[in-house]
Design a protein around this ligand. Structure first.
Ligand code: FBP
Length: 573
């Protein structure tokens, strides 16, 4: 074989030149743990801060053990542990959608646990935990996965652990594998799982009366697991938004070069609009919709379309027939009238499940059209067939509409086209409106982590490991002071829980952190968006940088919301 083909074959199995180089990228460690070469475990002490929700009383009844121990107090790393802890067996699992940096959490955990303890990797997320599928994580594994994207080392899934039978299964697995602690790397739902498991496994799992410690690690590209200074952002958000910003920047360049298309781009983020806001701050497109603002203003779908059409027309009058619009994945559910329609459809579909399952698409549309209340009939009829079909499609395992399947970007294109035509007809001027639509979602979830996500996750893994060694349970690891050195924190999971009534019974949840319309990042965006709508002022941030002057950056929205003086993060050095 010629030499070049041999070289190419050698890059298989995650050995591209970049992946190889990334494995040797040095990452900073926060001062509490010593240095990258000489790490040590730490004690955790209570800070003056507590976390709690409006459901405090009920949470204390449902989570007596973990609430009594933590009392809502946030902990921070203190001095080095006096004696080495050895002999612990710790299981780690990914839960929910993948996010860049997850592999580094495993690396940090392994490093902190050291040779004296065993780290077991659970395969296939919570489902794998229930089935007891796990194997030791070796130093060789860690050397391979360091600084790589994805969750492919272990795999993940979205199983919710909530029934008595499932708790019994987890206990059995813990006994069988002699597990002392479980680390769950996940988002709001997965950390709710962690809180519930911490309480369930608090004591009496092993024959000697010992329980199993449970620690959460905050992950999600959606950025909706955050808590001001205590948890500035979940990991994965920075990388995902930089990948999307690069793609959006390229499209902005194309639109200004080709001078003929409006690009409507939907960005991932199941509920909150953090991803869309961040990408807008990085790229400055003509139109960006923020679901939370639309909900706050109680805008109808027609009003949202009018707003877009007016921008298209205003730019056309200036001879600009191109532009870019960003729309968050979750928009539909934030438009009050759509939310109300979806709620009625959810109930109706559950009630008429058998009838609906016997009908074809057109039959379903006609049947539902007759069942809807008067206030929703007109709105439902105004939606194109393909949206009606998606609204009537099968719900996910939690009974939710599968939002990422709804082509919101296409809906906005079609409805805007109609409105632009009406405005043109009324004024006797033909307004060109050629379009392209896109959905950027899965493209951003598994990229190699940015320097921020790589360093953040390594330190989150070290923190989770240190919490295990310090004997803690029922906490979520975090890193505070990200602009001034970094400090490992432990947030009591029970303090984050809310108790809601859902479908007639109690549900325990960690509420998603939505975009706050009065927060500095949103206010800055509001102050600039009119200028971005009028002219092409966009920026193309280009590929994410792992070396060089712009590598050490946090997301723009995080820096603005935290009142930082620059975008640069600092861990340790
Ligand atoms: P997590 O909250 O579990 O991190 O997942 C977020 C997300 O990427 C959303 O942005 C998106 O709506 C969803 O996952 C898609 O889920 P799936 O992988 O099940 O299609």
């Amino acid at each position: 074989m010629p030499a070049l083909t041999e070289i190419l074959t050698q890059t298989e199995l995650h050995r591209s030149l970049l992946e190889e180089a990334l494995r040797h990228l040095p990452l900073p460690v926060v001062p509490a743990f010593g240095s990258a070469e000489n790490l040590h475990a730490v004690e955790f002490v209570a800070t003056g801060e507590t976390v709690t929700t409006g459901s405090r009383g009920r949470v204390a009844e449902l989570f007596p053990c973990t609430v009594a121990v933590a009392a809502g107090r946030v902990l921070r790393a203190d001095k080095a542990l006096a004696t080495a802890v050895t002999g612990k067996r710790v299981a780690v699992l990914f839960s929910g959608g993948p996010a860049p940096g997850g592999h580094n959490v495993v690396c940090g955990l392994k490093q902190m646990l050291g040779a004296g303890n065993v780290l077991l990797g659970v395969q296939g997320g919570p489902k794998g935990l229930l089935a007891g599928r796990m194997a030791p994580v070796t130093d060789a594994d860690v050397a391979v996965i360091r600084n790589t994207g994805g969750f492919d080392f272990l795999g993940t899934d979205r199983t919710k652990i909530k029934t008595a039978e499932q708790f019994a299964q987890v206990r059995e697995v813990c006994v069988k594998h002699e597990i002392d602690a479980i680390v769950i790397i996940g988002g709001d739902d997965s950390n709710t799982n962690a809180a519930v498991l911490a309480e369930e496994l608090f004591a009496d799992v092993h024959a000697d009366g010992r329980g199993v410690q449970v620690i959460g690690v905050p992950k999600t590209i959606d950025g909706d697991l955050q808590l001001e200074e205590l948890l500035p952002i979940s990991f994965g958000f920075d990388t995902a938004t930089r990948v999307y910003a690069e793609l959006v920047g390229n499209i902005l360049q194309d639109s200004r070069s080709s001078l003929k298309y409006w690009h409507f781009i939907k960005l991932m983020g199941r509920a909150a609009s953090h991803v869309t806001l961040e990408v807008a701050l990085q790229t400055k497109p003509a139109v960006t919709l923020i679901s939370e603002e639309i909900a706050q203003r109680k805008q109808s779908l027609a009003e949202v379309i009018e707003q877009i059409a007016q921008t298209v027309v205003a730019r056309a009058h200036k001879g600009i027939h191109h532009g870019v619009l960003l729309v968050p994945e979750g928009l539909i559910e934030f438009i009050p009238e759509m939310k109300s329609l979806i709620d009625e459809l959810n109930d109706g579909m559950a009630q008429h499940e058998t009838t609906l399952s016997s009908l074809d698409e057109a039959g379903k549309r006609a049947f539902v059209g007759q069942q809807l209340s008067a206030q929703h009939v007109k709105l439902f009829a105004s939606l194109p067939d393909y949206i009606q079909d998606m609204l009537l499609a099968e719900r996910d395992s939690h009974g939710n509409l599968q939002l990422s399947l709804i082509p919101t970007e296409q809906l906005l294109v079609d409805m805007t086209r109609q409105r632009v035509r009406e405005i043109g007809d009324a004024s006797g001027i033909k307004i060109p409106f050629a379009t392209q639509s896109h959905f950027f979602g899965y493209e951003g979830r598994c990229g190699a982590p940015t320097l921020f996500d790589a360093a953040y996750t390594l330190n989150l893994g070290l923190t989770a490991g240190a919490l295990v060694l310090a004997g803690k349970t029922g906490y979520m690891a975090s890193i505070g002071d990200i602009f001034s050195g970094g400090v490992p924190l432990a947030i009591p999971l029970a303090g984050l829980l809310d108790v809601e009534r859902r479908h007639g019974s109690e549900a325990v949840v960690i509420e998603k952190a939505l975009v706050k319309v009065d927060a500095p990042a949103m206010q800055y965006f509001v102050s600039r968006r009119e200028a971005w709508a009028q002219d092409d002022l966009f920026a193309s941030p280009g590929p994410r940088q792992l070396w060089g002057p712009v590598a050490r950056q946090v997301p723009v929205s995080v820096a603005l919301n935290r009142g930082a003086e620059s975008l640069a993060f600092r861990f340790g050095d």
